[in-house]
Ligand binder design. Sequence first.
Ligand code: ARG
Length: 400
Amino acid sequence: MGRANKVVLAYSGGVDTSVCIPYLMHEWGVQEVITLAADLGQGADMEPVREKALKSGAVESLVADATERFVKNYAFPAIQANALYEERYPLSTALARPLIAKLLVEAAETYGADAVAHGCTGKGNDQVRFDVSIAALNPNLKVLTPAREWGMSREETIAYGERFGIPAPVKKSSPYSIDENLLGRAVEAGVLEDPWAEPPEDIYTMTKAIADTPDEPEYLEIGFKQGNPLSLNGETLSPVDLVSKMNAIAGNHGVGRIDMIENRLVGIKSREIYETPALLVLIDAHRDLESLTLTADVTQYKRGIEQTYTQLIYNGLWYSPLRDALDAFVQKTQEQVTGTVRVKLFKGTTAVVGRKSANSLYTPDLATYGADDKFDHKAAEGFVYVWGLPTRVWAETMRK
Ligand code: ARG
């Protein structure tokens, strides 16, 4: 009796997930492996991926085009929460995991599988995100994790695959470990493991080197409706088109590179390079529009909520009662966040240079230093007296 009868395996077309297919069948007694490859806008041709799974022994090879769901239901809420892990990483990989988990569970339910599987190792965050998300969505499904248990080196994995007709990578495989989708790329390993080593230019594909960027700045007007990005330079775009277009425009100006040492949930520090042009510009613009349209207390209170929200996405708790509750808060705040932000892209930088909104709480009559100032200066005197009263009493007592 095997560990499961029918399994839906998250499939990328790489050596590891391909080897998972015969491994599940021959070592763990699985009868049928159905693979599921998620198209999240990574720009790869999915047909060879689909075929490779069948050649590797899958009975059925599914490709799920989930790019629109990804952007609308995962990326946009994260933008509304201004989610930047450790103040920098906009969670491009982390956001994809709960969606892939959902696709796996949906397929398992459709095909009557008793388990799902993924090819994560035991060292990363992604295993946590998959396992916890799957448990949250269907606690009756088993989760099989061959690569976490097989203990094979890279060479052994390739050799194992060759026994089952899985070809070794043709070109000398890249020294990097790369994850990518429409939101961005995450690159680690190889020379990047030395935190002192500057990333070689050839790891980047979405962003230009500063030396190659235009010598003129480019202005972009980003329209938001209730916290969701809606238009670029006045043209309404679908979420996927908007993000694609912004990736191209911001990447062309070298905007979107992140080089950071990050703290994984599993206790390891890792050096990661990200390219997330659109997301970084969108979060910067969105946060600015909030400053214009939200009251001081909501703006400031929300920053704390954002921290927790970000942390729980990173830590695999997308499907959790806490995220649901925080999301209700975030959604409520977004009702007013409608307007346009003007952004200037130039030589690797993005800067908000203008913002406007019908819901703007910015009051020129109050803010101005000119003659038409409506602010009651006299009232300030009494306010400052009362505000400072506790401090005055303290000083009078202590400094006698
Ligand atoms: N460290 C990032 C995260 O936990 C991304 C990991 C992506 N994988 C990779 N091979 N670079 O979200």
